[in-house]
Design a protein around this ligand. Structure first.
Ligand SMILES: Cc1cc2nc3c(=O)[nH]c(=O)nc-3n(C[C@H](O)[C@H](O)[C@H](O)COP(=O)(O)OP(=O)(O)OC[C@H]3O[C@@H](n4cnc5c(N)ncnc54)[C@H](O)[C@@H]3O)c2cc1C
Length: 406
């Protein structure tokens, strides 16, 4: 296992960091006041990224991306994660990046021409609608949304929420039950639903800790009422919705975790800068206090340990495949989400009242990234899965609540 970065990758990271400093950080203050009013500046920054050849790192070159392998993209994702704006400006924000990946892998030529090409160019945006207000997202196979066959169309009825980026999106990939009598994991399909389809209603942006967000940085409630799409809008085979979702799970989680580590590093930098400069008495900066030193030391150790765990999981996916790395993939989800929460909290505390304002990105991280412990599988679900697999090795069957018979 070799975690050394190639010279080429080091160079890419340096160019990425320079562009973050020149084109992204200067827009942050405006964006933290209003993402809407910062949009023109963000679109300008996107042009600078395209001109520098750093656009859409995860997509193949022939589609206009950089064609990076998943490990290199993961490392770049950490640098982009240092700002709430990084992934959007570089054309790889969630959920568009994941949607592009599944369209690339499972889409027909016609679907790719209609949706993938404009998505990769950044001309349109997309969203992914799976979670429903009336069903526990932690039991993802339990969905009320139905897509019934009517000739060569599906008619979709359902209610979704937390559909990230739906506000202003042109396409929603909707997870709907098409085969209610099949085994749970084979009941749902993924359907490409243009958001101007009659019956597709954007109900509202759901406020998240007081902030309803805007565009790509918001989470919406959606209603589908008699929404008709041709059968040719189905992604992959009928009933393959969860298999497609699973296919992007391993690499997708590595990217989430690396983005979270970027947030940790930014919060850490802000914490150290503030500790070194904020005097609590003449000539006595905060950094002279042992409690602050310990927050810095704990944060450094936790971030580095988390990063090594993520890179180990990524290495295992690459070497042995996502299935063999299931345990590592589950572990990094809650390990990094917890690290993120602790590091951002300490950085905010060191800033005192300033930490509560939007004059630094810390309050934004605090508001929005608390959700890291909830989405992509709630931490508790992952912990249960990890414990179940570990206990199995000791002959204990968690589901049965007892040791397996000899
Ligand atoms: C910011 C944000 C963005 C999101 N974006 C999207 C999106 O783009 N598309 C989409 O479809 N969904 C999205 N989601 C939804 C997300 O996937 C769900 O919130 C998540 O799966 C949890 O489902 P739930 O909210 O229904 O919580 P529930 O399933 O009701 O769970 C509530 C809590 O119960 C506990 N719990 C649940 N199961 C267990 C268990 N087995 N053992 C112990 N404890 C348990 C956990 O603490 C959990 O937090 C987003 C959510 C957030 C917060």
């Amino acid at each position: 296992m070799d975690f050394a970065l190639t010279d080429e990758l080091e160079d890419l990271l340096e160019r990425t960091q320079s562009l973050m400093t020149e084109a992204v950080y200067p827009v942050e203050a405006e964006a933290l006041r209003s993402f809407e009013s910062a949009l023109p500046a963000l679109l300008e920054a996107r042009e600078a990224v395209k001109a520098a050849g750093l656009w859409a790192p995860q997509m193949p070159r022939e589609l206009g991306g950089m064609g990076l392998g998943f490990l290199d993209h993961a490392v770049m994702s950490e640098v982009l994660g240092k700002s709430p704006l990084g992934h959007f400006v570089f054309g790889c924000q969630a959920p568009d990046a994941g949607n592009q990946e599944i369209l690339l892998e499972f889409g027909t030529d016609a679907q790719k021409a209609e949706w993938l090409a404009p998505l990769v160019r950044g001309d349109i945006r997309s969203c992914f609608g799976m979670t429903e207000p009336d069903r526990a997202g932690s039991s993802p196979t339990w969905l009320d949304t139905r897509a019934l066959r009517d000739g060569d169309h599906y008619v979709i009825d359902g209610h979704k929420w937390f559909t990230t980026g739906a506000h202003g999106a042109a396409l929603c990939i909707v997870m709907a039950v098409t085969n209610p009598d099949a085994p749970p994991h084979l009941r749902a399909s993924q359907l490409l639903v243009p958001t101007d389809t009659p019956g597709f209603e954007h109900v509202r942006r759901t406020p998240v800790m007081g902030d309803e967000g805007f565009g790509w940085s918001s989470h919406s409630e959606i209603r589908l009422t008699g929404c008709r799409v041709p059968v040719s809008n189905r992604l992959g085979a009928e009933g393959a919705g969860f298999l497609i979702a699973q296919a992007r799970l391993g690499p997708g989680r590595i990217h989430h975790c690396m983005r979270w580590l970027g947030i940790c590093e930014r919060a850490f930098e802000l914490m150290c800068e503030r500790a070194a400069t904020r005097e609590i008495a003449p000539g006595k900066p905060l950094a002279t206090r042992q409690v602050v030193q310990h927050w810095i030391a704990d944060s450094r150790a936790e971030i580095d340990a988390a990063r090594l765990s993520v890179r180990h999981a990524a290495w295992k996916i690459d070497a042995e495949g996502a299935r063999a790395a299931r345990q590592e993939i589950s572990c990094i989800k809650f390990l990094v989400a917890g690290t993120l929460q602790r590091v951002v909290d300490r950085a905010l505390q060191v800033h005192g009242g300033l930490g509560m304002t939007d004059y630094t990105p810390l309050a934004w991280f605090y508001r929005h990234e608390r959700a890291a412990r909830i989405y992509d599988g709630a931490d508790e679900v992952h912990k249960s899965v990890v414990a179940r697999r570990e206990l199995e090795r000791f002959g204990f069957d968690v589901r049965a609540g007892r040791s397996a018979p000899e």
